[in-house]
Design a protein around this ligand. Structure first.
Ligand code: FAD
Length: 535
């Protein structure tokens, strides 16, 4: 589709050029695993490969994490996400130390310096081999291509070998081809191919053991590496003390917590997932996205655990909740496959170029009202306040608020996409971009542009008793509990409430709706139609 090679092809070319070196280079004094978004010991393919290499050669395994403030900024990492990552590193460091494996955390201001710094560190450790997992965003693929070549050039005849391996998806990008031989742009046929592929290739769900202990004497030899401590979050990414207290109890970090959450979800909720997954007031979903995004849980382990609970012991058939959950986790793979094949989605472009011509509004007051949960639409305000309070939002609500921003407010969807990345604890480029593309109808396999969610109907359908709204919108907390009733005032208090209720809400400062839905809908349809006609 593009004239230039895709970034993944550039990395594959660098790996192919250096394949002979990887095979023949003798291991020197150490092997390195570079942790990125794979912050776990269990079922970590790259870590396992590195540990095997070190074990065969009888040398220590050294683990590395590189913190680049510029990189965190460029990737719009939310402070809550950075904090989660630093807490996870603490857990990793302790667990690795128990195995006599050091974790060195290096801070590198400028991200373009990362490959060189890794090379210098490896040289100082006498390390010959590096392993890491592949990340599929454009910058990361290009960085890793550069690193592979840089290490292979070596220094004073001392070449180094780097292996960048697939790990984050259950099925690696590029493995599934549509009938015409390209990447699927529609989820359903892609998912059928995904199931078939996993069943025909059982290694997709192979679990990699955690590394064994380092050889005796490693601690003495690398004393300085064991003295490393986890740095503070860089400026601009720090949480206030009260935020820390709140978030730490909601989001305990590290892979042990991920396992506990997965087990609890599989024990208590997965069976009812199909019925409850759209009701935000219920604990119907797994809340595991933060762990998938940080790599504290591998998608392989999750899918395998769910499959093993199914009475069919298969990915499909059997328990409806389990099947449904597996298909949701697969969406994560789908969006990563899309990103690899159409990397321009990384560059602020809609998946469908014809959608570039829509004239978006840049109404700052509307955008601000949306971010602060002050639109006067209770379901939207509840969801946006949940993000501010917890760094998380339920999937159904992500779709409703994204549709509201892009269609009812006609605000450029990229402003919402960015805001989500800056605030979500589970911010993940591919899934976020895919979700926004779906809701704003500009992405791969989107909802059609003429389908505009009606916030009132969505509110009545998915929060029928108003419990979710009541939890997050303090001003509406006193409105009566509906318990099964429809048409209640909590969904539309200024439209349906009595004069007394309206007066009370005004006193409390709850805003009136900032737009009128049906007029806003017409305006959106018109803008989309005009944009498409301009193509
Ligand atoms: P569960 O329902 O338990 O699902 C299990 C896992 O499957 C999730 O943890 C997630 O990894 C994956 N998953 C589920 N639904 C989707 C989906 N639609 N797309 C991709 N993966 C999915 N997810 C993120 O992880 N990071 C994001 O930044 C993100 N941004 C989104 C933005 C928008 C506008 C939309 C509509 C969706 C977004 N999603 C994102 C997808 C989804 O909303 C979350 O993954 C889900 O709400 C997380 O809750 P859970 O772990 O309880 O999910």
């Amino acid at each position: 589709d593009n004239e230039l090679p895709r970034p993944i092809e550039t990395l594959y070319a660098a790996l192919a050029e250096t394949a002979a070196l990887r095979k023949s280079l003798p291991v020197r004094q150490a092997v390195v695993h570079w942790f990125k978004m794979d912050l776990r010991l269990h079922d970590n393919r790259s870590l396992w490969l590195a540990s095997q290499k070190a074990k065969e050669a009888g040398v220590p395994l050294i683990c590395l994490y590189v913190l680049s403030p510029e990189d965190l900024e460029a990737h719009l990492r939310a402070p809550i996400r950075v904090d989660f990552m630093l807490r996870t590193l603490e857990v990793l460091m302790t667990d690795l130390e128990d195995l006599g494996i050091p974790l060195w955390v290096e801070t590198v201001e400028k991200r373009k310096e990362v490959p060189n710094r890794i090379k210098e560190l490896m040289k100082s450790w006498g390390a010959s081999h590096l392993f890491c997992a592949m990340e599929y965003e454009v910058d990361e693929l290009r960085r890793e291509a550069k690193l592979v070549k840089l290490l292979a050039e070596g220094e004073k005849g001392e070449k180094m070998a780097a292996d960048v391996v697939h790990d984050t998806c259950v099925v690696m990008p590029g493995a599934l081809q549509s009938g015409s031989g390209g990447q699927y742009a529609v989820y359903s046929p892609w998912f059928r191919a995904w199931i078939k592929h996993v069943e025909e290739n059982p290694e997709c769900l192979e679990i990699y053991e955690k590394p064994g202990p380092n050889p005796p004497g490693t601690k003495e030899k690398h004393e300085n590496l064991f003295a490393c401590s986890i740095p503070e979050a860089p400026e601009g990414k720090r949480l206030q003390d009260d935020e820390k207290a709140r978030y730490h109890s909601i989001w305990p970090a590290g892979e042990h917590e991920a396992f506990k959450r997965l087990e609890k979800f599989c024990d208590e909720a997965i069976g009812k997932y199909a019925e409850r997954r759209n009701i935000p007031a219920m604990q119907g979903t797994s809340n595991l996205s933060v762990h998938f995004a940080s790599g504290t849980l591998s998608a392989r382990t999750a899918i395998r655990t769910a499959r093993d609970r199914n009475n069919t012991k298969k990915l499909n058939g059997g328990n409806e909740g389990i099947q449904r959950w597996i298909s949701e986790v697969a969406w994560r793979d789908f969006y990563k496959h899309v990103l690899v094949h159409w990397p321009y989605v990384c560059m602020n472009k809609p998946f469908k170029p014809t959608y570039s011509n829509i004239e978006w509004s840049y109404n700052v007051d509307h955008f601000h009202a949306w971010t602060q949960g002050r639109t006067g639409f209770p379901i939207i305000d509840a969801a946006m306040r949940q993000v501010l309070a917890t760094g998380y939002m339920h999937n159904r609500l992500r779709m409703i608020v994204a549709s509201f921003l892009a269609k009812d407010l006609l605000v450029d969807w990229r402003m919402g996409e960015r805001y989500f990345m800056e605030h979500l604890i589970d911010g993940d480029f591919a899934s976020n971009n895919g979700g926004w593309g779906f809701a704003a109808s500009v992405g791969v396999d989107p909802q059609p542009y003429f389908r505009v969610f009606n916030p009132l109907l969505q509110s009545e359908k998915f929060d029928p008793d108003g419990d979710y709204i009541r939890k997050w919108v303090e001003e509406l907390r006193d409105l009566p509990d509906l318990k099964g009733g429809k048409g209640g005032e909590i969904h539309d208090p200024y439209g349906r409430g009595s004069e007394k209720v309206k007066r009370k809400l005004e006193e409390k400062g709850y805003p009136r709706p900032i737009v009128e839905h049906s007029g806003a809908r017409d305006r959106a349809l018109d803008a989309y139609k005009r944009g498409l006609a301009r193509d």
